[in-house]
Every structure is written in C-alpha cells, then in structure tokens.
Design a protein around this ligand. Structure first.
Ligand code: HEC
Ligand code: HEC
Ligand code: HEC
Length: 429
C-alpha cells in the first residue's frame, strides 16, 4: 500500500470515528446533565405555607444571601434585575417574588428544589453557575422547602427578568451543558462522623448555604472552582477584588485565631486584627451578621479546622526602585499617615494598622488598589454601628501615585511583598 493511500485511509477512519463519537459524546453530555433528576411529581404551588416554615425560611434566605444578588440597589427586595459580572458577560438575577408572570408565582416546591439542587429552571433551561447552585446543591430538601415557603410569603412584585448579556458561545445552552458535564454534579451534604454536630453544621453553612466558595475558591479559565483546591482563594468573577484563601493562615485563614474573634468578624465586620471591606463587607452586612451565635460559632469551628495550605509559595520579592519608594513615602505621609500612623501602626479600634497587616501583603494587590481608589467602610452592623470610613483617592492620586503608595505599603515595616506598577493599577477595574 502506498504511503498516500495509507494516509487517506487513516484520515477516513478518523472521520468515521469522529462521526460516530460526536453523537455519543453529545448523548454523554446530555446524560451527565440530567443524572440523578427525578421526574417532577404533579403538584400545585403552595399557597399558604405554615408560619414555622416561613420563619425558618426567612433565616435561611439571610444565611444564603439571596437578597444580595436578587435585588437591585434601591429596588424591591428579591425582585431581581441585578447583573452578576463574569468574564463571559453579565448574568442577571431573576425575580424570586411570587408574581405569576415575572417571578416564581407558578413554581411548585419540586420545581424550586430542582433549580436549587440541579440548577435547572422551571421550563427546563440549564442555569448559569453565577447562581451558586454548585454550593446550594448541598442544601437539604427540608431547608430548600423552607426557603420556598418564605419566598411564597413575600409581596409579589411585577418585574420582568432581564435578558443575560453573555458572549457567544457562552450564551448557548450546549456550551453550558458541556461546562456542567465537566464541573457540576448535584450532591448531598455529607456528614463527617468523627466530627461534632456543631462542626458539621459549620461545614454545611460554609460549603452549602453560605456558598463561601463562590468567591473564595480558586478558579480555572472556564470559571469553574478548581477541583480539590477548596477555599484556596481567587480573583472574583468580576475581576475587581481578590477573595483571599480561607485555607491559608497568611491570607484569610483563621486557623490561629481564637474562636470568639472569628465569630466577632462575621458578626460585626471587625476583629482586633482584621476588618472586612468591599464585597466581604456586603456579605457580613447582608448575611452573616444576621446569623445566631450558635451558627456563627459552628462556622468558626469549621473554618479554624481547615487544613492549612499555603495558597502561594512564599517568595521574597525584588525590592522596588528607590524612586518608587520615595514617592510612595511622600504620598503616604500626605494622604494616609494622619489615620494609619507614621509607622503604619493605626489606632486600635478606629483605623486599622497597616504594618504587619496580612491584607497588605497578599499576593494580589487588587484589594489595596480598590481601597485607595474608592475608600471604604467596614459594614454597619449592630455590633459596630458607626464604622470609621476611609475617603476615596481616585480623584486626587494618579495611577503612578497609587502604585507608589501601594508599593510602599508592601515593602515597608518589614513587609516583602511584590512591587506594583502603574500599568497593573490601570488594569484593575
Ligand atoms: C451570587 C449571586 C446569587 C446568589 C447569592 C443567589 N442567586 Fe439565585 N440566581 C442568581 C443568578 C445570576 C441567577 C440566574 C441564572 C440563570 O438565569 O441562568 C439566579 C437564579 C435563581 C433561580 C432560578 C430562577 C429561574 O427563573 O429560573 C432561583 C430559584 C434562585 N436563583 C434562587 C436563589 C435563592 C433561594 C438564593 C438564596 C438561598 C439565591 N438564589 C442566591 C444569582 C444568585
Ligand atoms: C461575594 C464574594 C464573597 C463571598 C460570598 C464571601 N467572601 Fe469572604 N472575602 C471576600 C473578599 C473580596 C475578601 C477580601 C476583602 C476583605 O478582607 O474584607 C474576603 C475576606 C474574607 C476574610 C478575611 C478578612 C480579613 O481581612 O482578614 C474572611 C475570614 C472571610 N472572607 C470569610 C468568608 C466566609 C466564612 C464566607 C462564607 C460565609 C465568605 N467569606 C464569603 C469575598 C467574599
Ligand atoms: C480618614 C482616615 C483614613 C485615611 C486618610 C486613610 N485611611 Fe485607609 N482606612 C481607614 C479606615 C477607617 C479603614 C477601614 C475601612 C474598612 O474596613 O473598610 C481603612 C482601611 C485601609 C486599608 C485596608 C486594611 C485592611 O485591613 O483590610 C488599606 C490598605 C488602607 N486603608 C490604606 C490606606 C492608604 C494607602 C491611604 C492613603 C492613600 C489611606 N488608607 C488613607 C481610614 C483612613
């Protein structure tokens, strides 16, 4: 047989193989997307849910922070319309109020369960994981039913859902089906026998309902939480903030903290060594501050027990140029020292110390740049009703100045984190 003929025959075989494999692969993707789903039982939407379920559901809705995503600023609670930014475009959170035409009015309890557990809408459409059902899938049926009961008790608001603004091919159902086949599997919460009830409760709240992984997990290029990477820290899907690793004591890990201080941080937004800002301030404000002491204590127990894993290899960064450090010191003295102290020592309980503050030396400088540009407040909570604020500097400092002062913070007072350039600053949204 001639070489050309062999080649041709080889190519034909490959084509036939592909033609045979494509439908098989397609069928596999479809099967992976529906495995474990039960046919929906004939049911009617619940009209007058028992008040005990409604009360429990209201609490669970806080723990799951449904309002945070499903409400536009200033809009009616849970009526949807807020965009969740992803690297592939915006996904709009829909209306969860019991309006028949634009909300969940016609939904039965089983349809609602299917959305929360399997990530599938009432009409069968696959849902985008910007809705953190990848975490909610661990919720118990009892809890999902209580959430459903609560959602049926809130005032119905007529507000049509907004169409998603995703780029092709991410906007298509087949692309999403492939993503789900690779990265999503409906799952149940698994209790760890050797651990206490409180620890298991904490695990359920952190991994399931509280969906901490939605921000704190590291992600691959397709936006999927990396397998086995747990709460290893990652850039949030809108690219603006870095959610530090809960598994690394040098980042957001609390393995070495007293339990009471972890509870304090989740309850009030501040602790003796840390204060939350940006998206985490919203999480505390909208969600964790409303949880009862027992649940916060359970979460703290679980977070403290996470096996410590370094999120990045500690390296001593190259020193910044003397010019950058000089300019940084100047900006710091003029704009920052009045509150944070000449030596970055801060004022206890009022202005956080920057010297020795782990948030200053995280590998990603995103949060520092956000703070300097936009300022910020720790959340207003019952335990910290009048948080002190930091003014925004976007109007007064150039990208060069922001880079210089952030570099100065990262390389003063014994810190050895990487310098930050004006180009890096300009790229952070
Ligand atoms: C991080 C933001 C976020 C949080 C938190 C969140 N959702 Fe959503 N949710 C979304 C987005 C975005 C969608 C739209 C997904 C889509 O259309 O593919 C959605 C869709 C849904 C749907 C499907 C509705 C439909 O019309 O198909 C339900 C049900 C739902 N969410 C319930 C909840 C509940 C209950 C909670 C709280 C326990 C919650 N969500 C928390 C962002 C969120
Ligand atoms: C919407 C995204 C988001 C979610 C959801 C989220 N976090 Fe965070 N978290 C962040 C960001 C961003 C930071 C860094 C800013 C800061 O330090 O406040 C952070 C910081 C933290 C810190 C470190 C605070 C410090 O300064 O040392 C802890 C602890 C923490 N989060 C715990 C949690 C827990 C527990 C959950 C789940 C109940 C959770 N987070 C859910 C975004 C999120
Ligand atoms: C008027 C007082 C004030 C000034 C001036 C000020 N800050 Fe702040 N800063 C604060 C307060 C209050 C917080 C805590 C806010 C929060 O938790 O969101 C804070 C928080 C921070 C944080 C986050 C610390 C953490 O633990 O997460 C950084 C970084 C920071 N400031 C840097 C700066 C820099 C750099 C400047 C100068 C360009 C500056 N600040 C100027 C009051 C100030």
């Amino acid at each position: 047989m001639s070489a050309a003929r062999r080649l041709r025959r080889g190519a034909t075989r490959a084509m036939v193989g592909l033609a045979l494999a494509a439908p098989l692969l397609g069928a596999l993707v479809v099967w992976l997307n529906v495995r474990g789903e039960m046919p929906l039982p004939p049911e009617t939407p619940l009209t007058s849910p028992p008040s005990a379920d409604v009360a429990r559901g209201a609490y669970l809705v806080k723990a799951g922070n449904c309002i945070g995503c499903h409400t536009t600023p200033g809009g009616a609670a849970l009526a949807g319309g807020r965009p969740i930014e992803t690297p592939f475009g915006a996904v709009f959170a829909p209306n969860l109020t019991p309006d028949d035409d634009t909300g969940l009015g016609r939904w039965t309890a089983s349809e609602f369960w299917r959305a929360m557990h399997h990530g599938r809408s009432r009409n069968g459409r696959l849902l985008y994981p910007a809705f953190p059902y990848t975490s909610f899938t661990q919720m118990t049926r009892q809890d999902v039913d209580a959430v459903y009961a609560y959602l049926r008790s809130v005032p119905a608001v007529k507000q049509p859902p907004r169409a998603h603004a995703l780029r092709f091919p991410y906007s298509t159902q087949p692309a999403l089906a492939v993503w789900r086949a690779l990265y999503f599997r409906a799952g149940h919460f698994s209790t760890v026998e050797e651990q206490s009830d409180a620890w298991n409760r904490g695990k359920y709240l952190v991994e399931g309902l509280g969906h901490c992984a939605a921000c704190h997990a590291s992600r691959n290029a397709l936006g999927a939480a990396r397998l086995h990477a747990g709460l290893g820290g990652g850039l949030m899907t809108d690219g603006g903030w870095y959610a530090p690793a809960l598994s690394d004591p040098a980042e957001a890990g609390v393995q070495q903290w007293p339990r009471a201080q972890v509870v304090q941080l989740l309850k009030t937004g501040v602790s003796p060594t840390a204060s939350v800002s940006g998206p985490m301030a919203d999480v505390v404000h909208d969600s964790t501050q409303h949880l009862d002491e027992a649940d916060l204590d359970a979460m703290a127990q679980y977070l403290i027990s996470l096996p410590p894993v370094a999120a990045s290899t500690p390296t001593e960064a190259a020193p910044a140029t003397p010019e950058a450090m000089l300019r940084g010191a100047e900006v710091y003295a003029q704009a920052c020292a009045a509150c944070h102290g000449k030596q970055g020592e801060g004022v206890a309980g009022i202005y956080p110390a920057l010297a020795g503050n782990r948030a200053v030396t995280w590998p990603s400088p995103h949060n520092l740049v956000q703070m300097v540009r936009h300022g910020g407040f720790a959340p207003t909570t019952e335990g910290n009703p009048r948080p002190f604020g930091m003014p925004p500097f976007a109007q007064t400092l150039s990208n060069d100045d922001v880079a210089a002062v952030v570099t100065y913070l990262r390389q003063s007072w014994g810190h050895r984190a990487s310098a930050v350039s004006a180009l890096q600053v300009s790229r952070i949204r």
